[in-house]
Design a protein around this ligand. Structure first.
Ligand SMILES: *[C@@H]1O[C@H](CO)[C@@H](O)[C@H](O)[C@H]1NC(C)=O
Ligand SMILES: *[C@@H]1O[C@H](CO)[C@@H](O)[C@H](O)[C@H]1NC(C)=O
Ligand SMILES: *[C@@H]1O[C@H](CO)[C@@H](O)[C@H](O)[C@H]1NC(C)=O
Ligand SMILES: *[C@@H]1O[C@H](CO)[C@@H](O)[C@H](O)[C@H]1NC(C)=O
Ligand SMILES: *[C@@H]1O[C@H](CO)[C@@H](O)[C@H](O)[C@H]1NC(C)=O
Ligand SMILES: *[C@@H]1O[C@H](CO)[C@@H](O)[C@H](O)[C@H]1NC(C)=O
Ligand SMILES: *[C@@H]1O[C@H](CO)[C@@H](O)[C@H](O)[C@H]1NC(C)=O
Ligand SMILES: *[C@@H]1O[C@H](CO)[C@@H](O)[C@H](O)[C@H]1NC(C)=O
Ligand SMILES: *[C@@H]1O[C@H](CO)[C@@H](O)[C@H](O)[C@H]1NC(C)=O
Ligand SMILES: *[C@@H]1O[C@H](CO)[C@@H](O)[C@H](O)[C@H]1NC(C)=O
Length: 567
């Protein structure tokens, strides 16, 4: 087993370095990424900066197995600082690798930095993207697959092939232009995305398209599509002309297998669906269209690709498959509620997913987080409980490690249940009780979709509702088989409730996945501290730790000051 693991390592790894097998079968995978603006890989004919990795947009697939170690040496060839985050990768005991502004100093232009993380006890479909400076609107994203170890069965027959499908809204404007407009303006950027890309390609027949995305299938065979919404703003409804889909997995959980004609994929979410090529040998439209968003002409906003049968004799034809009314709340909520956890199948481990469940948990903490838009010092900002997160150039994780947060943030100052505060900036860090259950109610006070994500954990999505939440709503929670994932949608004027078990010490980002919301303050951090000094708990910082802000030259590696506990 170990030998086979090593063999895979030698084949996959670019570098001929010693391979450490710290977990049976797990291997080290070495990736070198050169990140740049590249006009040759641009999705549309328009002249706009697109972030590529090794000249590619989308970036390369990270294809690993449970417990593998991933080493990504990122060379920043952009003209500004860069960080990548790994959406849904839990970074167990290791928030040092999470790659958001509160955990890491940015990788400065002209320098490189190596992330090293383990895909510990995870399987499933995820993605990565650049997390700072609004760069997400310029691309730089790519797919992550964590495959089951061979000894653990997958709850459906092995598909003929697997395809990654990254769907994303896209602006015709450059991300730098949008960023400059929203930075310190009284108004938000009211331009909405102009088109929808599929794997970095414009729509079939689209006005500025250079090419379109196409997948080959053979009649009678079944394929796994790993679909992620890597965009900035739009929830997307995905469908394939004349074909149904079987939902099997979402963000690392195997779901009850349900068949749908179309699937709502909200910003930051990932799904696996099985598609059987059971129609006449032809070409079929694959379509992604926005949900719950009022724009003048929603109909022109369609991502369009092609499902191509190998012996196809005809090109795509007919109208695009219609899909549900984008404002049909009942459709979308009914579908959301029908996505349940398969309790009996194993996932990363052989024991059934349902063994660890929320049917009888005692809550240690409960947050009610309300988003809205406020004005602070003349600038429009997104707020959570009237606090807009203020991004420091000192990562909170460094401040936590070196001086217990002192002088950087005040733990617990953020109002986790109240909106009776004046709208203001804040360094929002809330204490999470280690090994306690946390209930979070996300209340969306906006008239558009929102989507919340928690780093470091998967949460159990126990309820969706409309109007105001109150404690009486708890009687209606699904505590039997709620799906477990890391990003959940929150409907306009509605609420969503999740439970999380805080067994992963670290500094963890809780954010809106909507880019403008996040960039303008709709986020906070949960600091989960394990007082046990046993060093086998949270990991020490990596050897290549970057220091910045109050701890040193921006981004310059420097000898680390002693952690606060040694002072
Ligand atoms: C991904 O890894 C799995 C397991 O090692 C392998 O079977 C598969 O061929 C790989 N797929 C791609 C696209 O690299
Ligand atoms: C930068 O890349 C070199 C290899 O080119 C590597 O040896 C070094 O460790 C990398 N630096 C960091 C901080 O990861
Ligand atoms: C898909 O099929 C077309 C023609 O049927 C072929 O030209 C193309 O190379 C195929 N693509 C892949 C990735 O197999
Ligand atoms: C798709 O199905 C409809 C009926 O549901 C049929 O009229 C149409 O011809 C089919 N399209 C293709 C390309 O097979
Ligand atoms: C809501 O949608 C479900 C399925 O999409 C349907 O069965 C049900 O009748 C709908 N209910 C209402 C009130 O429209
Ligand atoms: C749950 O997974 C098992 C495999 O472990 C599978 O046989 C069963 O059909 C799945 N249940 C549903 C409802 O999809
Ligand atoms: C939930 O966990 C408890 C305790 O392990 C177990 O008795 C129960 O059967 C589980 N529930 C489900 C639905 O699997
Ligand atoms: C439910 O939790 C309570 C308190 O934690 C415990 O006393 C009780 O035994 C649990 N019941 C089951 C069925 O696990
Ligand atoms: C660290 O900070 C926390 C919260 O601010 C406080 O409760 C704790 O006493 C501090 N520990 C030390 C050793 O200063
Ligand atoms: C909190 O924000 C809400 C919504 O923006 C606003 O209506 C309310 O007045 C604010 N509360 C205070 C005390 O400023």
């Amino acid at each position: 087993m170990a030998f086979l693991g090593q063999l895979r390592g030698w084949i996959l790894g670019a570098a001929l370095v010693a391979i450490l097998c710290t977990t049976a079968g797990a291997i080290d995978i070495f990736l070198e990424w050169h990140v740049a603006f590249d006009t040759t890989a641009k999705p549309l004919t328009l002249d706009q900066p697109v972030i590529t990795i090794n000249g590619k947009f989308p970036g390369p697939l990270i294809n690993v197995t449970t417990n593998d170690f991933v080493h990504v040496n990122v060379y920043n060839d952009l003209d500004e600082p860069l960080l990548f985050t790994w959406n849904g990768i839990q970074q167990r005991l290791n928030s040092w690798q999470d790659g958001v502004s509160g955990t890491n100093c940015p990788i400065l232009p002209g320098t490189n930095w190596t992330y090293v993380f383990q895909t510990k006890d995870q399987i499933g479909t995820f993605f990565y993207f650049p997390s700072i400076n609004f760069q997400k609107a310029a691309g730089g994203h790519g797919a992550i697959r964590i495959n089951n170890r061979v000894v653990i069965s997958v709850p459906f027959p092995k598909p003929e092939a697997e395809y990654d499908l990254l769907i994303a809204d896209w602006y015709y404007d450059s991300y730098k232009l949008i960023r400059s407009v929203i930075g310190d303006s009284e108004v938000l950027y009211h331009g909405v995305p102009d088109t929808i890309l599929m794997n970095g390609k414009g729509p079939y027949g689209g006005p500025f398209s250079i090419s379109y995305e196409s997948f080959n299938v053979t009649k009678g065979k079944t394929y796994r599509f790993r679909i992620s919404n890597v965009g900035t703003t739009f929830s997307l409804n995905f469908r394939i002309q004349n074909h149904s889909m079987v939902i099997v997995e979402t963000e690392g959980s195997y779901t009850n297998q349900i068949t749908v004609d179309s699937l709502d994929v909200h910003v930051g979410q990932s799904y696996s669906v099985l598609v059987t090529a059971d129609q006449d040998e032809a070409d079929y439209y694959m379509v992604a269209t926005p949900k719950m968003f009022r724009v003048n002409d929603l109909s022109s906003l369609a991502g369009i690709g092609v499902l191509h049968y190998s012996n196809s004799v005809s090109q795509v034809s007919g109208p695009l498959p219609a899909g549900p009314d984008p404002f049909d709340w009942n459709f979308t909520v009914t579908q959301a509620r029908s996505i349940r956890w398969n309790l009996t199948t194993g996932a990363a481990r052989p024991n059934p997913q349902g063994t660890f469940n929320v049917s009888n948990v005692t809550l240690a903490q409960a947050f009610v987080l309300q988003n809205s838009i406020g004005e602070i010092e003349g600038s429009a900002r997104y707020v959570v409980n009237n606090v807009s997160y203020y991004t420091l150039n000192t990562p909170l994780k460094l401040a936590d490690y070196f001086r217990n947060g002192s002088g950087v943030y005040q733990l617990g100052a953020f109002p986790t249940r109240s909106v009776d505060e004046d709208t203001a900036y804040g360094i929002s860090v809330v204490p999470g009780i280690h090994k306690g259950w946390l209930e979070i109610v996300f209340k969306n006070n906006l008239d558009v979709m929102d989507s919340w994500h928690l780093d470091g954990f998967s949460f159990y999505v126990v309820a969706f509702g409309l109007g105001d939440w109150d404690e009486g709503a708890r009687a209606g929670y699904n505590l039997y088989d709620p799906v477990v994932r890391s990003t959940t949608q929150v409907y306009p004027g509605g609420w969503t409730v999740v439970y999380a078990f805080l067994d992963n010490p670290g500094m963890w980002n809780l954010r809106s996945q909507h880019l403008q919301n996040w960039y303008l303050g709709e986020e906070l951090y949960i600091r989960v501290h394990d007082p046990d000094p046993n060093p086998a708990k949270e990991q020490p910082p990596p050897d290549n730790l970057l220091l910045c802000g109050i701890f040193g030259e921006s981004g310059a590696p420097a000898p680390a000051p002693a952690p606060w506990s040694w002072w």
